[in-house]
Design a protein around this ligand. Structure first.
Ligand SMILES: [Zn+2]
Length: 114
């Protein structure tokens, strides 16, 4: 890979970061709430389906956000945006690492020349 190719790839990846405004980290879970008594639905064994966004933090902490069913498609997309942005950012970082090494190689070559 040449310097020009690396810079071109880096720019293409950076355009994908425009979806970062919607990015959401975490995972989507579906739970079923069951009341122990006094609920006909639960007595029939149906329960109440509930969507929850769970987000993990360092130290093993997690936060849970209950979602309205209407929010689920939006949350799914936001989670995908987060993963895509993260992947692009990692790839940009790898390219920048490559460019750092390339710069160092070139400055060493310059020093060797009389
Ligand atoms: Zn119930």
């Amino acid at each position: 890979m040449t310097r020009e190719q690396a810079i071109h790839r880096r720019e293409k990846l950076a355009t994908q970061l425009s979806s970062a405004t919607e990015a959401l980290r975490g995972s989507l879970l579906q739970r079923t709430i069951r009341h122990s008594s006094g609920c006909l639905k639960c007595a029939r064994g149906e329960g109440h389906p509930l969507w929850v966004l769970t987000v993990g933090y360092p130290g093993g902490k997690t936060r849970q956000v209950s979602l309205h069913p209407d929010q689920v498609p939006q949350v799914r997309k936001a989670l995908a945006d987060y993963r895509n942005c993260k992947r692009s950012l990692e790839a940009i970082s790898e390219l920048n690492q490559f460019l750092l090494r390339l710069d160092r190689e070139q400055s060493k070559e310059q020093e060797r020349k009389p």
